[in-house]
Design a protein around this ligand. Structure first.
Ligand SMILES: *Cc1c(COP(=O)(O)O)cnc(C)c1O
Length: 375
């Protein structure tokens, strides 16, 4: 059996263990400490933004973003439909209702026209504007943020970016995660860098970052005894995990560069297969980290993404279908949806390719040969 090629794996740089050992040596084995502070500082420097709070997961970051924006029972929150369920689940944690919006074909992310229709129609139906907008940067690709921000500002609705897949991506030279009121990042095992599990919330100012830390540590008021005025959460990142994050920050730029190289290699090696298109930045305004390289398979080829997936599995290569849109999920069957069939069409035609920064050029060639053999 040929060696297994996986979609995206943790990729250690080498110094992670040093920071983790520091945590043990100094007995900072708690959800705060020097590694947490250092990891936040390095993220702030990398993003060119102050006020990053390290948390236990990207999902926790989205949840606290919604808490900070005052989302509560009975509210509606607009969310991109073509995404991972973790973009939408925290809306339900708050007792609010997700309103799903379709993608557009250039970026595969939130369609600004459908967004505006959703805002206007929800206001007509409920008498209230949605409380927040969650665009997602799928597979690292930035959304059309000028258009989305302009519409959001026109109706006075804050934007919470789900940048879980997009650390290192840029939109018009601005780092993803720093464009909306809040930005959520993930450091899960398969993301561009990992803390084994973890996330961060990019906040607009020091005051809101302080409030996020307060919520993330059980909302304890500053008194000598335990005293609570609001519901809190246990969402802070541990000092051990943050040690892995500190080491990973030293190789983040290399990892992003390597993912972009892998994407360029796929583009080159698959260019001449009719009906196969590797998804690319729609213009120079977009600079994806290409967390995952993806391709569309036109039905005219007579092949479906799942057939390709199974054929590559025979070659011991892992691929994955795109996210199935949230408005097509049984759990969200009752949620309102605005848009057409773009997300659904992408789901029916798309495939995610092995993209880990530890893959070699030869690995990518093996993947491309296996794809070629299908056509
Ligand atoms: C990974 C991911 C999340 C959740 O991050 P976790 O750290 O796994 O909780 C949210 N949204 C998207 C789009 C993701 O890919």
């Amino acid at each position: 059996m040929k060696e297994r090629i996986l979609l995206s794996l943790a990729h250690m740089g080498g110094s992670e263990q040093k920071y983790v050992e520091d945590a043990f040596r100094t007995n900072w084995i708690v959800p705060l400490g020097p590694n947490v502070n250092e990891f936040e500082n390095r993220l702030e420097k990398y993003l060119g933004a102050g006020n990053v709070v390290a948390l236990s997961a990207g999902t926790a970051a989205i949840h606290l973003g919604l808490v900070m924006l005052g989302v509560s029972k009975g509210d509606e929150v607009i969310c991109q439909s073509l995404t991972f369920s973790a973009s939408a689940n925290p809306i339900c944690y708050q007792g609010a209702t997700p309103v799903f919006v379709d993608s557009e074909p250039d970026t595969w992310n939130m369609d600004p026209a459908a967004l505006e229709r959703a805002i206007i129609e929800r206001k007509n139906i409920t008498g209230c504007y949605p409380k927040a907008i969650i665009p997602v940067y799928l597979y690292g690709m930035p959304a059309k943020m000028d258009e989305i921000s302009e519409i959001a500002a026109r109706y006075g609705i804050p934007v919470l970016e789900d940048a879980a897949e997009a650390l290192g991506s840029e939109y018009k030279g601005r780092k993803c995660g720093t464009i909306g009121e809040y930005g959520a990042l993930s450091f899960n095992g398969n993301k561009i860098i990992t803390t084994s599990g973890g996330g961060a919330l990019v906040c607009p100012d020091a005051e809101s970052a302080g409030r996020v830390k307060f919520y993330a540590t059980q909302a304890r008021e500053a008194r000598p005894y335990y005293y609570h005025e609001v519901i809190g959460y246990n969402y802070r990142l541990s000092n051990v995990s943050a040690g892995i994050g500190c080491g990973q920050m030293e190789v983040l730029a290399d990892h992003v560069a390597r993912r972009r190289q892998i994407h360029a290699l796929y583009k080159q090696l698959l260019a001449d297969i009719p009906g196969v298109t590797v998804h690319d930045n729609p213009s120079d305004d977009f600079n994806s980290n290409f967390w995952l390289s993806t391709m569309l398979i036109d039905p005219s080829t007579g092949r479906t993404p799942d057939e390709i997936r199974l054929a590559l599995e025979e070659e011991n290569i892992e691929t994955r279908l795109l996210w199935r849109p949230m408005h097509m999920q049984p759990v969200f069957a009752d949620a309102p949806y605005y848009g057409g069939t773009t997300g659904e069409d992408l789901f029916n035609k798309g495939l995610c390719l092995p993209s880990g920064s530890n893959l070699s050029d030869d690995d990518i060639r093996r993947v491309c040969e296996a794809i070629r053999a299908c056509f």
